[in-house]
Design a binder for this molecule. Structure first.
Ligand code: AHM
Ligand code: MG
Length: 339
């Protein structure tokens, strides 16, 4: 008989990976799993209830906020507050830190970054969306958590993961000891281990980029796109272009099948679009743990030193050999951007 390992069981079994752990991180991951199930329930019935559409506010990035984004943000903050293992949350939906001041939480040793509902422009059209999270140890020892507790390099992440609300719902995470994926079985309401030890193929035949922005791309990216479109049977080119417009979904596909996702700097967004703390770092941690690579075109994403909560960076992420190749194009054709 096949035995099923639930996320809860798996987390507890893996607690021994951290000899001095007291179970706080396990409880924190469990809290995230609970919020994911609640958000999943709402995402699935989004077409049925009046929860879609513009919420009428503009988030800190200057973008329209949809109702489901607000809901997901509230659910993650509520689950993390109730769990008591996090003292503050940095979210895409909140300009400043959200402090959790309850007696149990205020001395908690972890801080969490979250993009509660990424790819929100896809909500209305029934296309996959996701949640991305990242966990750090707080660096200060007392008092209120400050922004500087968050301005840590990606290499300092304790755990990171994402939830994809797709044709099925999956939670994928790492604590720095490989990557494991869990699929939600709606009949029992549990995430069950379905993708143990996920490995990203070193090479792939998929490239994902919003090619509509081509004229605004750096020369290195333009030349790389030309390269992937040339016919060459030895390297299986031309590659296939796949772009969903939901980072989590594009990333997840490339993690499983091999491929590269690029969101470069553009003339409109010279620093790129995606945020370091709650989009790029968590996915970079996961891809490296799966044997892949993440870069800003020149530097390893996990080595970048963030200086503000909502800071952006260009992102080249996926199969290691593809990312290395794209970096070579950047160095050759856009060397001035390396500074
Ligand atoms: P969001 O956090 O506001 O949803 O924006 C992030 C999304 C990513 O999911 C996706 O990769 C990217 O924005 C798509 O941007 P574009 O429409 O410019 O291609
Ligand atoms: Mg986002």
């Amino acid at each position: 008989m096949n035995t099923v390992t639930t996320l809860g069981q798996f987390i507890i079994e893996r607690q021994t990976d951290f000899p001095y752990a007291k179970g706080e991180l396990s409880r924190l991951l469990r809290d995230i799993g609970i919020a994911a199930k609640i958000v999943n329930r709402e995402v699935n019935k989004a077409g049925l209830v009046d929860i879609l559409g513009e919420f009428g506010t503009i988030n800190v990035q200057g973008e329209n906020v949809k109702k489901l984004d607000v809901y997901a943000n509230e659910q993650f903050i509520a689950a993390l507050s109730a769990g008591g293992e996090t003292c503050a949350v940095a979210s895409e939906e909140n300009e400043g830190l959200v402090h959790i001041d309850s007696e149990v939480s205020k001395n908690a040793k972890y801080v969490v970054c979250v993009d509660p509902l990424d790819g929100s422009s896809n909500i209305d059209v029934n296309v996959s969306i996701g949640t991305i999270f990242s966990i750090y140890r707080r660096t200060s020892f007392s008092g209120k958590v400050e922004e500087k507790d968050y301005l840590q390099r990606g290499t300092d992440q304790v755990a990171a993961g994402y939830i994809i609300y797709g044709s099925s719902t999956m939670l994928v995470y790492t604590t720095g000891k490989g990557v494991n994926g869990f699929t939600l079985d709606p009949s029992i309401g549990e995430f069950c281990l379905s993708h143990p030890n996920m490995i990203c193929p070193q090479n792939g035949i998929i490239y994902s980029i919003n090619e509509g922005n081509y004229v605004h791309f750096p020369d290195g990216v333009k030349q790389y796109i030309k390269y992937v479109q040339v016919e060459d049977s030895k390297t299986s080119r031309p590659y296939s272009s796949r772009y969903i417009g939901s980072l989590v979904a594009d990333f997840h596909r490339n993690l499983l099948k091999g491929g590269i996702f690029i969101y470069p700097s553009t003339m409109k967004s010279p620093k790129g679009k995606l945020r370091i703390l709650y989009e790029c770092n968590p996915l970079a941690f996961i891809i490296e743990q799966a044997g892949g690579k993440a870069s800003d075109g020149f530097r390893r994403i996990l080595d970048l030193q963030p200086t503000s909560l909502h800071q952006r960076t260009p992102l080249f992420i996926g199969s290691s050999e593809m990312v290395t190749m794209a970096e070579e194009f950047m160095m050759k054709y856009s060397p001035v951007m390396a500074q």
